[in-house]
Design a protein around this ligand. Sequence first.
Ligand code: SF4
Ligand code: SF4
Length: 215
Amino acid sequence: MYGVGIVKGLGVTLKHFIATYVDDLRWLGHRYYNPEAFAVRQSPKARGIFTVQYPEEKLTLPEEFRYIPFLIYDELEDGTRQDRCVSCGICAKVCPPQCIWIVRLDDPETGRPIPDPADFFIDVDICMNCGLCSEYCPFEAIRMDHDYEISTYDRFAENIYDKEKLDRPASYYASIRPRNYAFDEATIVEKKAKKAASEAARKQRAAEKSQRTNE
Ligand code: SF4
Ligand code: SF4
């Protein structure tokens, strides 16, 4: 019969319309501002209207959401900060659109590269948010940010991020990616233990060699 489909469709719309108010009552108007409500709204159990009144209302981003990368520094006990990046250049090498460039300096006395970038740039207009830089960094130093609100009126002046703009403390990383942060911390502890063990073994070998030489 003509029109049945339309009536059915309007029924679905009406169902969602009513469910929206029921859902609002269920969460007492806080369905966008309550972690428990967020979890339900982002699951198949969500009921009612699905649109979000952005920018007044924002849904929580999943932990693995990625946008522009940022550089992590550790806050030390004496109040100073230590960059994790050692300017190895691997991220710049693997970046598919080649939008990372790093300024490295050499030690004037030894002539060897200083393991700390003098500057670090990412052209965020070119970055395609693939996350490869983060995947390949061997020092847990570059990770993907959640901040997607980066529009500007002057992209030529604002959208080449330098080190100052890219730097974030490890606590920020922990706040947006708690599981990834915990995994990285465990990896860092493991790497440090391996390095300490290998250093101890090297010293032991050196001591044995010197003892043999003296005999
Ligand atoms: S962010 Fe990581 S991969 Fe890139 S230069 Fe620094 S240490 Fe190397
Ligand atoms: S996210 Fe991808 S495109 Fe963006 S800087 Fe990293 S590797 Fe390059």
